[in-house]
Write a protein that binds this ligand. Sequence first.
Ligand SMILES: NC(=O)c1ccc[n+]([C@@H]2O[C@H](COP(=O)([O-])OP(=O)(O)OC[C@H]3O[C@@H](n4cnc5c(N)ncnc54)[C@H](OP(=O)(O)O)[C@@H]3O)[C@@H](O)[C@H]2O)c1
Length: 296
Amino acid sequence: MERITLTEDLSFSRLVYGMWRVGDDTDTSVAHVRAKIDACLDQGITAMDQADIYGDYTAEAILGEALKADPALRKKIELVSKCDIVAPCGKYSDVSCKHYDTSEAHIRKSVENTLRDFGTDYLDLLLIHRPDPLLDHNETGATLDALVREGKVRAVGVSNFRPYDFDLLQSGMTTKLVTNQIEISLASVAPFSNGDLAFHQMRGDAVMAWSPLGGGSLMTGDGPVASVLDELAAEFGVDRAAVAVAFLLRHPAKILPVMGTNSLPRIAAISDACKVDLDRQQWFRLYQAALGREVA
Ligand SMILES: NC(=O)c1ccc[n+]([C@@H]2O[C@H](COP(=O)([O-])OP(=O)(O)OC[C@H]3O[C@@H](n4cnc5c(N)ncnc54)[C@H](OP(=O)(O)O)[C@@H]3O)[C@@H](O)[C@H]2O)c1
């Protein structure tokens, strides 16, 4: 599988495996989590996406059990985590309202918890999960710089940031923010025209796309997008999901789709996206179906 360079000494597999839903699986045993990781490794998928809040702050420990069971596994994968969302559940049950916290104290506490839950001493990538209206770019930027300097994280980035949020944080730090993880799919096409992808393409950032199958809605729905997906899937001899992901891979910003299936066979079926090379007209048929109109 193609790899995307994030820093001089860090690259990710083009497809990333997301673990938001790992705790929703009927089987959260070490053996089954490991089977999903192995299914990813079989496809060349080595980057694993997590966040402190997933599973009400329990998902990282579920992955951590699999990591602790086989210490050799850590070096075969890249671990991504995110922080700043504080919701009144799990270990934050005592907070009175959901909020974002990009203070040094919170980021450091969250990273330490994540490292402990994973049983590792470094993260490959740490993301600020959501733009915080109370972001002090100098404080947050200095904290991210320090975490990289201390070797606790190898690279830093953000998620769900607009270009102006991104520039603000970047202006308070010396380390380059390497990615913005945003929602992009045939169910969410705004980034293709609202300047988000253009901004990151110009900077050469590795854009990560969450919910590339629209959280599953593109797989179960019918309608114009589904019809074009099915037509192209038949043409390429792949699953509908592979075409939906190939739609993202075709973009010159070199998008990294973050898939979220808990199903072992679907990990392979979605990875077939790498075999699908959509031409310009096939891409526009999908795009226009998603827009619900012909381009002007
Ligand atoms: N940064 C952020 O703010 C943010 C937000 C959301 C998500 N994320 C990241 O993005 C990752 C992916 O998000 P996602 O899980 O929403 O991605 P997704 O790949 O768009 O959707 C996954 C969902 O689609 C279902 N699905 C897949 N193929 C299907 C099929 N053929 N038929 C029916 N259902 C199907 C899966 O069910 P099965 O498990 O049964 O296959 C799963 O529930 C997350 O794990 C997380 O790492 C980040």
